[in-house]
Write a protein that binds this ligand. Structure first.
Ligand SMILES: [Fe+2]
Length: 214
């Protein structure tokens, strides 16, 4: 009898050292199963990442197949570091990335999770001064698409506009650093919006999200 799913941590106490053989980027279904398993008991984290994954499906036509799969996995797993069973540092982007690394998932996936939604700005405030040394920071339209997915999903999983989401973050986490973070997040949204408008398929698929801006 198997008493744990294959994606469950081998070492619940956590370690930065990969202990699992390398494995491919999880499919969206695999990522959803993992996120649901890890976050279902933690308030509305699962609905939040489930919606982020859904939003990501609206913009996959902007990417090749490999990057589209990476985006769906990253959007669905970006907050997995909130799962109590894998908490190491208390900084959820880093904890999520360490978990994915230890499970043998691709380095790009771990890096996207480590740096999602400008985590580098808040990391020093949470006692994490070496985020970029631990996980390389990618700068790409894929990063912008991950911001787009996260910023359209409210903490409770409702589909919301990005300005609503940014205002909610500022309300819940006040501090001058949030102004700088919000500007960088807006820059990501502008870049992905421009890419959507230049792509008829993405424009059609993102139509409902545009309405959520209202
Ligand atoms: Fe999130």
């Amino acid at each position: 009898m198997q008493d744990r799913a294959p994606w469950m941590p081998d070492h619940p106490q956590g370690s930065a050292v990969s202990s699992h053989p390398p494995r491919a980027c999880p499919t969206w279904e695999e990522a959803r199963a993992l996120a649901r398993e890890m976050l279902a008991g933690d308030g509305t984290r699962w609905p939040h990442v489930r919606t982020a994954g859904f939003v990501a499906t609206r913009v996959t036509t902007l990417f090749n197949d490999d990057d589209a799969a990476l985006l769906l996995a990253a959007a669905t797993l970006h907050d997995i570091g909130y799962a109590k069973r894998i908490a190491q540092t208390g900084f959820h982007p880093l904890d999520g990335a360490l978990f994915l690394q230890s499970e043998g998932f691709p380095a790009r996936l771990a890096g996207l999770v480590a740096h999602h939604s400008q985590a580098a700005i808040t990391a020093p405030l949470r006692g994490v001064d070496d985020l970029a040394e631990r996980f390389p920071r990618e700068q790409s339209l894929l990063v912008d698409a991950l911001v787009y997915a996260d910023m359209h999903s409210a903490p409770d999983g409702r589909l919301v506009g990005t300005e609503w989401r940014l205002a909610d973050i500022a309300r819940r986490h006040p501090g001058s650093h949030q102004d700088a973070r919000a500007e960088l997040l807006r820059a990501s949204i502008r870049r992905i919006d421009a890419a959507i408008h230049a792509d008829p398929d993405a424009s059609a698929r993102a139509e409902g999200l545009t309405q959520a801006e209202g």
